[in-house]
Design a protein around this ligand. Structure first.
Ligand SMILES: Nc1nc2c(ncn2[C@@H]2O[C@H](COP(=O)(O)OP(=O)(O)O)[C@@H](O)[C@H]2O)c(=O)[nH]1
Ligand SMILES: [Mg+2]
Length: 333
């Protein structure tokens, strides 16, 4: 998400004060009748300082996207990562400051115009004090936006037109290997809550279709039953995106997980994601005859999964053919 650079209160004020001073100096050297010159100098100083601060606040308010108009996935993402309410509150703080400064500016400009030369300088100082106090009051809002900027810097870039497949399966079953095998070029690596290394998004380009495949290490590779609410929310955000889940079994069990355990995770994921699941049996290159027999039962239960070796690249074309047939979720993600 594009949040512009967020200044500290001091940076905001320094900018306002120094521009105010410059503008005032211009007035000082101009040909203005003596009896109104002091007032004009101070009025200029006051309005310039206020306007500079306001412009900066307005620029931030304009550039931060309206969270409610973002796709649901991003709203969830922002909520889990930094909190939508806190974000809105901070923006609200900036808005509040903008309004107050507008009032102060008007009020003091008027009072200075009507004042004596001596008084005009007093009023200017008073206004600067009040401006500083307003800006310092939004110090925590500016801090929060700056924190949000850093937390949201590496958000996943999602193509909402594309058919989207999310990969699940225990660690070491071959998820990354498959992603590299079927998608082209380097996958995009983006931050995602509760993933240790972030998520990876790979792309498959077919004639009329764009498919994006997402791997989420640390999220859809462990029992869901024990997760807390925030962890579950970060899974549910993926549900907005996924047109289908690709569940990978390591049928060689060399990853260290028995097929029975892998079935448990499969069932948890089927219950959470009300979607079609493409079931893949990986590492067929490592099968001995004993294993083959054990598998017959699971092949039957799972209705003929696609058998592949992600490592050797066999069987993977069938996965893509299945992906192409997925009905794209046309509801806003
Ligand atoms: N023999 C064989 N090894 C595989 C296959 N797929 C993955 N592997 C290996 O299994 C290990 C874990 O794979 P990886 O893709 O990192 O699993 P992930 O944790 O699910 O992403 C790596 O050493 C891979 O080379 C396969 O089809 N056959
Ligand atoms: Mg991996």
């Amino acid at each position: 998400m594009i949040i512009p650079t967020i200044p500290t209160p001091d940076e905001l004020l320094d900018k306002g004060f120094s521009r105010g001073k410059k503008a005032a100096n211009k007035v000082r050297t101009s040909k203005i009748p003596k009896h109104v010159k002091s007032q004009k100098i101070e009025e200029t100083r006051v309005t310039t300082a206020c306007q500079v601060v306001k412009e900066k606040l307005q620029m931030i308010l304009d550039r931060v996207p309206d969270i409610e108009s973002l796709p649901e996935f991003y709203q969830d993402y922002i909520d889990i990562t930094v909190g939508v309410d806190e974000m809105k509150q901070s923006l609200g703080g900036l808005n509040w400051a903008y309004g107050i400064i507008t009032q102060l500016e008007k009020d003091y400009a008027k009072r200075i115009r009507r004042s004596s030369p001596e008084n005009s300088s007093k009023l200017q100082k008073q206004l600067y004090g009040r401006l500083a106090s307003v800006v310092n009051k939004i110090s925590k809002d500016l801090d929060f936006l700056d924190y949000g900027k850093s937390k949201l810097r590496n958000m996943p870039t999602i193509n909402f037109e594309a058919t989207t497949i999310v990969i699940a399966g225990f660690p070491n079953v071959g998820k990354s290997t498959l992603l590299r095998q079927i998608t082209d070029a380097e996958p995009q690596v983006a931050d995602y809550p509760f993933t240790t290394k972030g998520i990876q998004i790979g792309h498959v380009e077919r004639k009329w279709q764009h498919i994006q495949v997402i791997d989420t290490p640390g999220l859809l590779d462990r029992p869901i039953g024990k997760m807390n609410d925030i962890e579950l929310n970060s899974i549910l955000a993926l549900e907005h995106l996924a047109d289908s889940i690709l569940f990978i079994f390591d049928i060689s069990e060399t990853s260290g997980y028995l097929i029975e355990n892998q079935m448990n995770l499969f069932e948890e994921i089927s219950n959470i994601f009300k979607k079609d699941i493409i079931v893949v049996f990986n590492k067929i290159d490592l099968l001995d005859d004993d294993k083959k027999e054990k598998l017959e039962k699971y092949k039957y239960i799972l209705k003929d999964p696609i058998e592949i070796s992600a490592f050797e690249g066999t069987g993977t074309e069938e996965i893509i053919i299945r992906m192409e047939k997925i009905e794209k979720n046309v509801i806003q993600k």
